[in-house]
Design a protein around this ligand. Structure first.
Ligand code: C2E
Ligand code: CA
Ligand code: CA
Length: 741
């Protein structure tokens, strides 16, 4: 038997959904925070990358335009270089004089050193007259290897110059491939700068310059124009590089200029990435730390609420599940009960005589007893059983009936036997018992309340069947309960409609002369269809439904009306505990006495011992008030309760009524006589009168009279009578009382 059966499953049951939901929720929140964070950073990152890319593309575009401008510009730049020497009288003079030294210094060396022109040729007519390669003079015939490529340019230029020109002489230049390698050939006419030397238009000597677009020239280009580092190539490579197709004047691609583009976006990225990554990591750490704190505090909250829930679901006294927890588990078990599963038994336990133990030994003893009962029960049950304390002296058990109702009955019997054994509580043995109501159910029935109701009915049955036993619910029990409901409804109706309820009076006779010294008022109910309903059938129901207060007042009023007409006769009225517990009861009693004119000293209240066990001050105060007003108190059904004599000292009473059961057993010779003798002796010693009730035979009467009983009541003298018969009896005849032997 576990004290915490299925607590884990209990926490996963409906009412703990909230905790689960909370955990889920915080998980959802945290994941979404992380996702949002990741998305924001992703978007930010993509945006930065995209911007960098845009910037780079933009920059590349600008670079391409710049490169194109400068590279294509070479076709003008080289003629411009040439013009530094081709518009010059000295040059024409040197040519005329064939001044080789002058030509070497001012043409071959100068253009090579200063402009990087790799080859220079001077043509006079169509004949080469001077040649220089790499700044060194060489045989003019070297020109022949370039003749084919320069032919077009030369002829074109001759056309231009022969057409005449103003100010600046024309030139021709183009990109060409020399031995598969790119080069620029530029042709300019050599003319007089002063105009002093006359020449025939179209017959001017020509300077032909060849510039190989090689690494030297590339370097020159880069330095001169602050271009991005690059080179000419016939086969452009990577897409990461900037590429400019270099076309000749005819529009044909001669070569490509390729360069490592400057990428400001990428550079910016490279510079800022570490910082951004650092920031990202720091923010990520902060976010994760915050989430961790959130998670920790939310799970702390959760475990706190789980603990609170656990606390709320256990009974603090026994540590067993409480009603709430039990109901939850019961509902859960019902919901998972399958057709093939063995049936489930719900057992409701109620301790008998617990209240007495609690009252006599104190609340601490009561608590100790409840704990001990819990432990004893736990010791009997199996691991799959659920034991709970529902409150007060009520326990409940869920039991799987592997072997049907026989087994459940056996278990119930073991429990009854175990609880019947004395409990050692605060140094004394306490005796309690247990009544058990059982309902057995199979799959498909989910109404736990209905099942609890049935178990309660069975429990009621077990109790009314003599306690200390178990009863398994049957349909017929429901009918009984149904009967109780009918009685209750009909009783309410009877209280409204006059005539059904009336009061009978049973004479009380004196000891010596048979004189009627009074009467006991007894409630009677004659129902229009049910007929006469005995008090035993409805008093208990009236007590449990609260109707007894109205009924009691009805009887009291009738009794008082009768008593007012017959003063100096004791009129005994049965008072129910519920009436006495009502603080306004004494007021109402006195009001009725006033209203009817009955003398308080003629009224006797019959109370049962049970009420004296209540240590409620209301009851004690009421009794005290009544006695002070002269109303006498009789203890009814004396001898049937427990430890009655103790209470006689605590609560002074005027009379005890020895219960019928003693009187009827008088002749059985089983010690009853001695018991009665003891009761009478004791009562008399305390100054208390004794009435014997239920006297049916003369023999009983004689014995009781001999024992010293003061008053007698029973069929031997008279049954309860109507007011009319009672009045007739009082006015007329004397009851025949046998002689005392
Ligand atoms: P009780 O107070 O012990 O009342 C005496 C019962 O014994 C009455 O039964 C009476 O009819 C019956 N009785 C009288 N003489 C004899 C006899 O010689 N032999 C036998 N066998 N019985 C005799 P009744 O009227 O059926 O009442 C039963 C119980 O109902 C009463 O027991 C009392 O506890 C309760 N009761 C009756 N009227 C009232 C009432 O007005 N208020 C309250 N609170 N309870 C009442
Ligand atoms: Ca009575
Ligand atoms: Ca009685």
């Amino acid at each position: 038997m576990t004290l915490w059966p299925d607590f884990q499953t209990a926490t996963t049951m409906p009412t703990t959904e909230s905790a689960k939901l909370g955990r889920k929720l915080s998980l959802v929140i945290m994941t979404s925070v992380l996702v949002v964070f990741a998305v924001i950073f992703g978007l930010l990152g993509s945006f930065v990358l995209w911007t960098a890319d845009e910037v780079d593309e933009d920059a590349l575009d600008r670079q391409s335009r710049r490169v194109a401008y400068f590279v294509r510009g070479q076709l003008d730049a080289i003629p411009y270089d040439q013009q530094s020497i081709t518009i010059w009288d000295d040059m024409l003079v040197a040519l005329r004089d064939n001044d080789e030294r002058w030509l070497h210094i001012n043409v071959g060396k100068w253009t090579f050193d200063y402009f990087g022109h790799d080859e220079s040729y001077i043509l006079a007519g169509d004949q080469p007259v001077y040649a220089s390669v790499g700044g060194e003079d060489t045989d003019p015939d070297t020109y022949e290897r370039r003749r084919d490529q320069t032919l077009g340019l030369v002829e074109q230029l001759r056309g231009l110059t022969s057409a005449g020109y103003v100010d600046v002489p024309p030139f021709t230049s183009d990109f060409v491939l020399i031995d598969g390698k790119p080069a620029i050939i530029s042709v300019s006419p050599i003319v007089s700068d002063t105009g002093n030397i006359q020449q025939q238009a179209g017959r001017e000597p020509l300077l032909v310059s060849v510039v190989h677009l090689d690494s030297d020239y590339e370097l020159r280009l880069i330095q001169r124009y602050q271009l991005e580092a690059g080179h000419f190539t016939s086969r452009p490579g990577g897409t990461a590089l900037g590429t400019l197709p270099v076309t000749n004047r005819a529009g044909r691609i001669v070569t490509f200029y390729e360069w490592q583009p400057y990428r400001p976006g990428e550079t910016l990225m490279q510079r800022t990435t570490p910082a951004l990554a650092g920031a990202f990591i720091i923010i990520l750490i902060v976010v994760i730390a915050l989430l961790a704190v959130l998670w920790r505090s939310s799970s702390a909250l959760e475990s706190k609420s789980a603990e609170a829930e656990r606390q709320a679901s256990i009974d603090l006294l026994t540590g067993l599940p409480n009603r709430l927890n039990f109901d939850r588990q019961f509902e859960h078990r019902l919901s998972v009960l399958a057709l093939r599963d063995p049936p489930l038994a719900l057992m409701m336990l109620d301790l008998d005589r617990f209240k007495q133990v609690n009252d006599t030994l104190g609340h601490h003893a009561g608590d100790e007893l409840i704990r001990a009962v819990g432990e004893r029960l736990a010791g009997i049950l199996g691991p799959t059983d659920v034991l709970a304390r529902l409150g007060g002296d009520e326990f409940a058990i869920l039991h799987i009936c592997h072997a049907g109702s026989v087994e459940v009955s056996a278990l119930a019997q073991r429990i009854v036997d175990a609880i019947a054994r004395p409990f050692r509580v605060q140094g004394t043995d306490a005796f309690v018992g247990v009544s058990i109501g059982i309902v057995i159910t199979g799959a498909g029935i989910l109404d736990s309340r209905e099942l609890s109701r049935k178990a309660d009915i069975a429990l009621y049955e077990a109790k009314s069947g003599g306690r200390n036993r178990a009863a398994i619910y049957e349909q017929s029990m429901d009918e009984l309960v149904q009967g109780r409901h009918v009685i209750e409804a009909e009783l309410r109706e009877a209280l409204r409609a006059p005539g059904q309820l009336w009061v009978a009076f049973q004479p009380l006779c004196g000891r010596d002369d048979g004189q009627i010294i009074g009467a006991e008022a007894l409630l009677r109910w004659t129902h229009p269809t049910l007929g006469v309903v005995a008090p035993l059938q409805f008093i208990a129901i009236a007590e449990s439904t609260g109707l007894i207060e109205q009924l009691g007042e009805f009887v009291l009023r009738r009794a008082a009306q009768f008593g007012a007409r017959w003063p100096h006769r004791t009129i005994a009225v049965n008072i129910s505990p519920a009436q006495l517990r009502n603080p306004t009861f004494p007021e109402r009693v006195f009001a009725i006495l006033d209203e009817t004119g009955m003398e308080p000293s003629d009224l006797e209240m019959e109370i049962t011992e049970g009420i004296l066990l209540d240590d409620e001050s209301t009851v004690a105060r009421a009794i005290h008030k009544f006695r002070q007003a002269g109303i006498s108190i009789a203890l009814d059904d004396f001898g049937t309760g427990y430890s009655s004599l103790n209470y006689l000292k605590r609560y002074p009473v005027d009379r005890i009524k020895i219960d019928r059961s003693f009187v009827s057993q008088l002749t059985n010779a089983d010690g009853t006589e001695a018991i009665i003798q003891a009761m009478v002796t004791l009562a008399h010693a305390l100054g208390i009168e004794v009435t014997a009730e239920g006297v049916e035979t003369e023999v009983q009467y004689r014995i009781l009279a001999a024992k010293g009983c003061n008053t007698f009541q029973g069929y031997l003298f008279s049954p309860p009578l109507t007011v009319g018969d009672m009045t007739a009896l009082l006015t007329g005849a004397q009851t025949e009382v046998p002689e005392v032997a």
